[in-house]
Design a protein around this ligand. Structure first.
Ligand SMILES: *Cc1c(COP(=O)(O)O)cnc(C)c1O
Length: 246
């Protein structure tokens, strides 16, 4: 099979699985955006995914994304930063990405806010961001700590306080939460993690109604269907589209 057919075929199969998972949860598939995770893949291969109807791409690293976004400018994709962002790259990230999923500290939020403010003279609007939350303590060390979920009162109190400070920053548009579940062969293992993120979102929406909290970015190749059943609006899929990373 031509690689282009492979990618288009994979995307069609994922869209069917998204629709089936949405149906099981009584949701409309229109509520769910497929983000093609393009890290390590060439602009040429990303272009094949865009030609097959992908509208949103996810990258982990600012520099790698910078080159690809430049090469694919004409395709007008939306670009999501899903990997850890260092503060010294915040300026470039604020200019490059349509959404930052990996906001994990108040200091980083303040830096982004300042850079968007500077760019606003050039017409940049408020920057959509998601707070990354570490629910399981196993998948990664990144994100605001809520290990154990919303019953972890101490962690919840400090997370709510951080969220209040971030929501108050005028140039950031806080749209929800992101998490990474621990790797497992059984997607059901991720369900409690995704459920905890949704419960946290509901709690934040109650306590901080100034933000909309409409997005849950959760689910990858191994567990996106479970994530959709638990309320994901953004699924981040790499390997199931492009194959194993080299
Ligand atoms: C790499 C990555 C993905 C995609 O993972 P796959 O298993 O290839 O689907 C999703 N989210 C984040 C944060 C990633 O780093």
């Amino acid at each position: 099979m031509e690689p282009s057919q492979g990618i288009a075929h994979n995307i069609a199969a994922i869209r069917e699985r998204i629709a089936a998972a949405a149906a099981r949860a009584g949701r409309s598939p229109d509520e769910i955006t497929l983000i093609a995770v393009t890290k390590t893949h060439s602009a040429r291969r990303v272009d094949l995914a865009l030609a097959a109807g992908v509208t949103d791409c996810g990258e982990n690293r600012v520099q790698e994304a910078d080159e690809k976004i430049e090469l694919l400018r004409e395709a007008r994709a939306r670009w999501h930063l899903i990997g850890h962002l260092q503060r010294n790259k915040a300026k470039r990230a604020a200019a490059l990405f349509d959404m930052i999923h990996s906001l994990d500290s108040v200091k980083l939020a303040e830096a982004l806010n300042r850079h968007v403010e500077e760019n606003s003279l050039l017409g940049q609007r408020r920057l959509p961001v998601l707070l990354q939350v570490n629910v399981s303590g196993e998948a990664t060390k990144e994100g605001f700590d809520l290990i154990g979920g919303v019953t972890n009162q101490t962690a919840l109190v400090s997370l709510v306080e951080a969220a209040r400070q971030i929501v108050a920053l005028p140039q950031l548009d806080v749209q929800g939460l992101m998490t990474v579940a621990p790797y497992s062969d059984d997607p059901e293992d991720a369900r409690p993690v995704f459920r905890a993120l949704r419960e946290l979102r509901d709690e934040l929406a109650r306590q901080i109604p100034q933000a909309a909290w409409q997005h849950l970015s959760m689910g990858m190749t191994g567990d996106f269907e479970v994530a959709i059943e638990e309320g994901a609006t953004l699924v981040r899929v790499g390997r199931a589209i492009f194959g194993e990373r080299g």
